[in-house]
Design a protein around this ligand. Sequence first.
Ligand SMILES: C[S@@+](CC[C@H](N)C(=O)[O-])C[C@H]1O[C@@H](n2cnc3c(N)ncnc32)[C@H](O)[C@@H]1O
Length: 348
Amino acid sequence: MDNRHYFVAFLAVLGMLAFFALITMPFWIPVLLFNSPFLLVVFLLAKYTRFGGILEKWYLTVYDWLVYQSETPRRLLWQGFYEFMSWYNQDTDWVTMNYGYALLTDDGHMIDKLLTEEQDKHECFSLQLYYFITGTNKAFKSLEGKTLVEIGSGRGGGISFLTRVFKPEKAIGIDFSMNQVEFCKARHSSVNQLEFHQGDAESFTTIESIGENSVDAIINVESSHCYGNIDNFFKQVNNALKKDGVFCYTDFRGAEDMDELKAKVEEYFVVEKSIDITRNVCYALKLDTQRRLAVIEEKCPKIFVPLINKFSGVTGSRVYEELNEGQTLYHAWLLKPKGRNANEEVKE
Ligand SMILES: C[S@@+](CC[C@H](N)C(=O)[O-])C[C@H]1O[C@@H](n2cnc3c(N)ncnc32)[C@H](O)[C@@H]1O
């Protein structure tokens, strides 16, 4: 099944659940009413006693498993989330979706001269994250005439920015959300070398314009936490990269999972640089909080604002607090492929 089928299956299950809830209404509404004193007691216990802490712990355990650790449920949840977001919001003045990177200076800025479009300036911290993982890298300075691919390109702002700055001969953004791909094709059509395709990080080399040993640089920004199986993704990157290609990779994980991710990265790639950027990401979120709150307020359905705030990383959100306290870590790598000509080095 490809991703669109997963998404349709997800919608079908939701539809069936809604239908079931509807036809069983005569049953569950009285049950709910009958149980409401009980529910009220549970609510009061949760709010005013230690029982609340236990309930919250259970809730967070289930939530983290579903959103960050499970295989198929995680894929389906993120896929549904991003499809919905891009279907609902087609506004062209929102083109990046990462937590950003700031220098630890007063204003945190580092690339003002490169931000030539008005929208670049609004989303400067998110673009700085792209620049940080690529701009200090020799391979990008000489990307002219070469191929650049982003896996998990989202609303396309990052790869559009890098394409305008580094001028590769061809740049390809890949995302599993069809709505986002359609959005990007329209939004970034003025950047000639740039194209977008729907595809899955775990099987993107099946896309026609990306063969084995065909890509000079691959980037992946804050997307891999959504993948069901990271090994599949790393194998695909190794296959797609030319022998002297580079892979610029950045994402977050819970502190207890980061060591496992680092070990996996080392298993599949030659590590040129490996940097903890948690403080820079956290500072970018702090500097960007007011703008993010205003964007969420303007662009998201009211009912989803609390949920979106949770993921947006604004100060006070769980994401922000966990980064600030080091319970979540954000890491960046500069990597080279290994194993294609030395299969024994790559786990099969
Ligand atoms: C947090 S957004 C980051 C987008 C973009 N890199 C940026 O920084 O603006 C994560 C993106 O990864 C995409 N994604 C998640 N799982 C994917 C998968 N298995 N294959 C391809 N894209 C995926 C989502 O659709 C979403 O656009």
